[in-house]
Design a protein around this ligand. Structure first.
Ligand SMILES: Nc1ncnc2c1ncn2[C@@H]1O[C@H](COP(=O)(O)OP(=O)(O)OP(=O)(O)O)[C@@H](O)[C@H]1O
Length: 599
C-alpha cells in the first residue's frame, strides 16, 4: 500500500500534481474564486429570510416583503449560475490535468526497457493509466477546491451566527463536535471498506481479463463449470465488499440527521425561551434588542447550510485520499528510470551490416549468465543461423543486438562501431526483427505493415507484399489492404500473419534482418510461400536467423550451435555434420532425421 495511507494530504505529492495545473492556472483561479463566491452568496439566503420576517412580515409591510422575495430569487439565480460554472470548471480542470498526465505516463511507458515489462503485469500498467488517473481528476472535481469551499462556508456560517448572537450560536452548535467525531469514525471505516472494494474490483478485472484471453483453453478442456464456480466466488466477494461499504453509509446518514434534529431542537428551545424572557426584559428596558423569530428561522436555514458540507466531509476526504494514493502510484511509474540509455549520436546514412560479437557475456538478472563468452562475426550479406535446444540463449543473442537488453561484458559491433555509439532509433531502424509471435494491431493491413510511417507509400507496401508473396491473399480480403485485422490477428491464419510480418520487415528495407523462424506448422502451400518470403527477405542483407527450417540451415553461411549460453560448434551445415558425436549432428538427427529427411 502507498506511503500516503493515513494522510489525506501529502503536500509534496500535491505540489507535484500542481505542476500539471500550471497550464490551466486561469481556470484554477476562476474555479477557486467561484468557490469562495458561492460560499459567501449562500449566506445571503438566511440573512434575507431574517430581514423578511422581522422587518416586513411582522409589521405587515407587503411591498418590503416583495422586495425581499425578489432579492432572494436573484440571489438564487446568481448562486445557481456560479455553482454551475464552478462545477464545470473544476471538472474540466481535473480532466485536463489527467489528460496531460496520461500522455506523460504513456510516453514514459513506451520508452521503458523490456526488462521492466518482464516483471510488470500489463493489467497493472493499464490500471495506472486509466483508473488510477481518474482518481486524480476527482481531487479537483470533488476534493481540494470543494473541501476548501465547504470549509469557508462552515467558518463563515459559524462567525455569522456568533456575531448575531453568540450564546444562541454556542448552544445550537453543541452537537457539532460530536458530529465531527462521528464523521471521523465513519471516514476511517469507509476508508478501509473502500480499499476492500478496490481490491475486489482488481480481482474481478484480473479474473475476467485472464479468462476471456484464455477462453480457448477453458473451452478446449471443458473447464467452464469450474471456472464459473470460481467466478461466482470472486463476484460474491465483490458484492459483499460493496454491501459493507454501503452499510456504513446507511448508518452514518441517519446519525447525521439525529444531530441536525438535536441542533434544531436546542435552537428552538433556547431561542424561544430567550424570546420569552427578552419580552419581559423589553418591558423593563425599551432599547433592548433580543432574539427575533426571524433570527430563529435564519438560524434553522444556516444550520441546514452548515450540516450539508459536514455530512459530505468524510466522503470528500476519502476522495482526496484516493486521489493521493492514485497520484503516488502514477508518479512511481513516471519515476521508473529503466529507460534505454541513448547516449549514442552516430547516424550514418545506412549500414553495411557487418556484425561482430566479441567475448559477450549477458544476464537478465545479476550474474546469472545466459550468454557466456560469445564471439562471432558475420560479414555483410551473410546469413548466420543460430541453433540449439530450448533455453540455449538464441533469443537472448538477437535481443542484445538491437539493444532490447544491455550486455554485461564484452562488445557488440555493427560495421566496426559499438552498438552503443549509434543513436538508438537509428540502430533499430537498421535492424528489422521478425519474431515468432506475430503481433498485429487492430488496424488496417496497410497500417500494420507501415506501422503508420507516413514515409512508406501504398506503392511500396504493395510492392513489398508482391515480393513476399502476400499480395494475393491480401487482395482477397474484404477491402484488401484496408481490411481491419482484429486484435492479435485473430481473423488471419498463423501463416498469413507471418507473411504480413515479413512484408513489414521488407518495407523498412533494413541492413540487417533478425528472424526467429516460426516452429508452428502450416500447410504445404503456405510453407512454400513462407520459404520464398524468407529467401527474399535475406537477399542482399545480413541475416541472423534462429533457424528451424532445414533449408534455412543448409543455406546459411555459418551455423552457431548454442548450448546453455555457450558456443559449442561453428561451421557450415556440411562441416558440422562431419563432426562425429557433435552437438549439431545429434540435434540434426533428432530434429530432422526422425522426420525421415535425407541429409
Ligand atoms: N526476460 C527474461 N528474463 C529472465 N530470464 C530470461 C528471460 N528470457 C529468457 N530468459 C532465460 O534466459 C535463458 C535463455 O533463453 P532464450 O530465450 O535466449 O533461449 P532460446 O534458446 O531462445 O530458447 P527457445 O528456443 O525456447 O526460444 C533461459 O534460461 C531463459 O529462462
Amino acid at each position: 500500500m502507498s506511503q500516503v495511507t493515513g494522510k489525506a494530504i501529502d503536500w509534496s505529492l500535491l505540489r507535484r500534481i500542481m505542476q500539471y495545473v500550471k497550464p490551466y492556472n486561469r481556470t484554477f483561479a476562476t474555479a477557486a474564486f467561484l468557490t469562495i463566491f458561492v460560499a459567501i452568496i449562500a449566506l445571503a439566503q438566511p440573512v434575507l429570510m431574517e430581514k423578511a420576517l422581522d422587518n416586513y412580515i411582522m409589521v405587515g409591510n407587503y411591498n418590503g416583503l416583495l422586495l425581499m422575495v425578489t432579492l432572494m430569487i436573484i440571489q438564487l439565480a446568481i448562486q445557481t449560475v456560479a455553482q454551475y460554472y464552478q462545477t464545470y470548471l473544476t471538472n474540466a480542470l481535473g480532466e485536463s490535468v489527467i489528460r496531460d498526465l496520461r500522455i506523460d505516463v504513456f510516453n514514459h511507458i513506451i520508452g521503458l526497457r523490456l526488462k521492466y515489462f518482464d516483471r510488470t503485469p500489463i493489467g497493472m500498467l493499464i490500471t495506472r493509466t486509466v483508473s488510477d488517473l481518474e482518481t486524480i481528476a476527482d481531487i479537483f472535481s470533488e476534493g481540494l477546491i470543494s473541501i476548501a469551499g465547504d470549509f469557508l462556508l462552515v467558518v463563515s456560517i459559524i462567525i455569522y451566527m456568533m456575531v448575531k448572537d453568540w450564546r444562541l450560536a454556542l448552544i445550537t452548535l453543541v452537537p457539532i463536535p460530536f458530529l465531527l467525531w462521528a464523521t471521523y469514525i465513519f471516514k476511517e471505516a469507509i476508508k478501509v471498506s473502500f480499499q476492500e472494494v478496490r481490491t475486489q474490483v482488481a480481482q474481478l478485472n484480473t479474473f475476467l481479463q485472464e479468462h476471456i484471453s484464455g477462453i480457448s483453453i477453458i473451452q478446449y478442456f471443458a473447464r467452464e463449470d469450474q471456472e464459473m464456480r470460481k467466478f461466482k466466488a470472486v463476484n460474491l466477494k465483490y458484492r459483499d465488499a460493496n454491501i459493507r461499504s454501503n452499510w456504513y453509509y446507511s448508518i452514518f446518514f441517519p446519525v447525521v440527521e439525529i444531530f441536525v434534529a438535536m441542533s434544531i431542537a436546542l435552537l428552538v428551545w433556547y431561542g424561544c425561551k430567550r424570546i420569552l424572557t427578552d419580552q419581559q426584559m423589553a418591558d423593563i428596558s425599551a432599547s433592548h434588542h433580543g432574539i427575533t423569530p426571524g433570527l430563529i428561522v435564519a438560524f434553522i436555514a444556516l444550520l441546514n447550510l452548515l450540516f450539508r458540507p459536514i455530512r459530505q466531509l468524510a466522503d470528500k476526504f476519502n476522495t482526496l485520499q484516493m486521489g493521493m494514493v492514485g497520484a503516488d502510484r502514477i508518479f512511481k511509474v513516471l519515476d521508473t528510470d529503466e529507460v534505454a540509455v541513448n547516449k549514442g549520436v552516430l547516424k550514418p546514412g545506412t549500414l553495411k551490416g557487418k556484425i561482430e560479437f566479441d567475448k559477450v557475456w549477458f544476464a537478465y538478472n545479476d550474474e546469472n549468465w545466459v550468454l557466456k563468452n560469445i564471439s562471432f562475426a558475420v560479414k555483410p550479406g551473410e546469413t548466420l543461423a543460430l541453433v540449439g535446444a530450448t533455453g540455449a540463449g538464441k533469443s537472448s543473442t538477437i535481443n542484445i543486438l538491437n539493444r532490447f537488453y544491455e550486455i554485461g561484458k564484452g562488445s557488440v559491433k555493427v560495421d566496426g562501431v559499438s552498438i552503443q555509439d549509434y543513436e538508438l532509433s537509428f540502430l533499430r531502424s537498421q535492424i528489422a526483427t521478425v519474431i515468432q509471435d506475430v503481433f498485429l494491431f487492430s488496424d488496417t493491413i496497410a497500417n500494420n505493415i507501415s506501422l503508420n510511417n507516413p514515409a512508406i507509400t501504398r506503392e511500396q507496401i504493395v510492392n513489398a507484399s508482391k515480393n513476399v508473396g502476400a499480395h494475393e491473399f491480401i487482395e482477397r480480403l474484404p477491402g484488401g489492404y484496408d481490411y481491419n485485422v482484429m486484435e492479435r490477428g485473430a481473423t488471419l491464419s498463423a501463416g498469413q500473419a507471418q507473411l504480413i510480418s515479413f512484408v513489414r520487415a521488407l518495407v523498412y528495407n533494413p541492413a540487417i534482418l533478425v528472424l526467429d523462424e516460426a516452429t508452428s506448422s502450416v500447410d504445404t502451400e503456405t510453407e512454400l510461400l513462407i520459404q520464398n518470403a524468407i529467401d527474399k527477405l535475406m537477399q542482399d542483407r545480413t541475416a541472423i536467423v534462429i533457424a528451424h527450417r532445414l533449408s534455412t540451415i543448409q543455406n546459411a553461411d555459418k551455423i552457431i550451435v548454442l548450448d546453455h549460453g555457450e558456443i559449442k560448434e561453428v561451421g557450415t551445415h556440411q562441416e558440422l555434420l562431419r563432426i562425429e558425436d557433435g552437438y549439431y549432428r545429434k540435434l540434426y538427427d533428432l530434429q530432422f532425421n526422425s522426420a525421415g529427411i535425407e541429409r
